[in-house]
Ligand binder design. Structure first.
Ligand code: AMP
Length: 211
């Protein structure tokens, strides 16, 4: 089990006592920096999708790569859904899931981290909404609204896409959108829901991957 984000450098009270009085300033600095890190930690929700090659492998690799970022801890992983492509050219079906992450990245840094994972897994941006090894979108970040040219949160198409909302509801059941709506209420607006099927296979939490 991976330790929480704020633990590196943490010292237990016992460790402080054993080290003697000279260790106190260092211990206090570590405690202060741990508190600061805890204070900065936020929950965010990411949507992942893949529709080329081994789609499940790509999803697992992306979840692992996100968790390998020292400012991101993957906290929950939804079921995997097979979904019909929406928009873009003719292409094969996607596998989609959502993850909840605890992160010390601010929203724009988190977008860069998501794009770094896409690049690592070999995604090349060609056709808009075209086939992709992996797509990592920020669906929600805490209860924040971000309206910038390169980053909108909630994700601008979240409430139009059942393939994003359905897995998101699994990992963010009580989450309220900044406009006050619940996620199920947003989903109800796009009913009837077609082209989203839960599949039997799962993507594992990084710490629970089978050996
Ligand atoms: P896509 O090709 O669908 O992955 O879209 C990527 C583009 O959407 C990037 O240029 C991002 O800057 C932009 N974008 C805007 N808001 C978001 C968001 N919430 N999550 C991911 N990408 C976003």
């Amino acid at each position: 089990m991976r330790s929480p984000l704020w633990s590196p450098g943490a010292r237990s009270p016992d460790a402080v006592r054993e080290d003697g009085p000279s260790a106190f300033p260092q211990a206090r600095r570590a405690a202060a920096s741990n508190l600061l890190a805890m204070w900065r930690e936020r929950f965010a929700f990411l949507g992942l999708g893949s529709n080329v090659e081994d789609r499940l492998d790509h999803l697992q690799d992306a979840v692992d790569a996100l968790n390998a970022d020292r400012r991101i801890r993957v906290d929950a992983v939804s079921s995997v859904y097979e979904t019909e492509p929406v928009g873009g050219p003719q292409q094969g079906p996607f596998l989609n899931l959502a993850v909840r992450v605890a992160t010390r990245h601010a929203p724009r840094q988190l977008l860069r981290a998501c794009q770094a994972v896409e690049a690592k897994l070999g995604r090349v941006r060609t056709v808009r909404w075209g086939p992709r090894t992996i797509d990592v979108d920020i669906l929600l970040y805490d209860d924040r609204t971000v309206r910038r040219r390169r980053l909108q949160i909630p994700h601008p198409r979240l409430t139009e896409r059942a393939f994003a909302l359905i897995p998101l509801i699994e990992v963010a059941p009580g989450q309220i959108l900044p406009d006050g709506r619940s996620l199920p209420a947003a989903l109800a607006k796009i009913a009837p829901i077609e082209g989203v099927t839960m599949v039997g296979t799962q993507v594992h939490m990084p710490s629970q991957a089978p050996s």
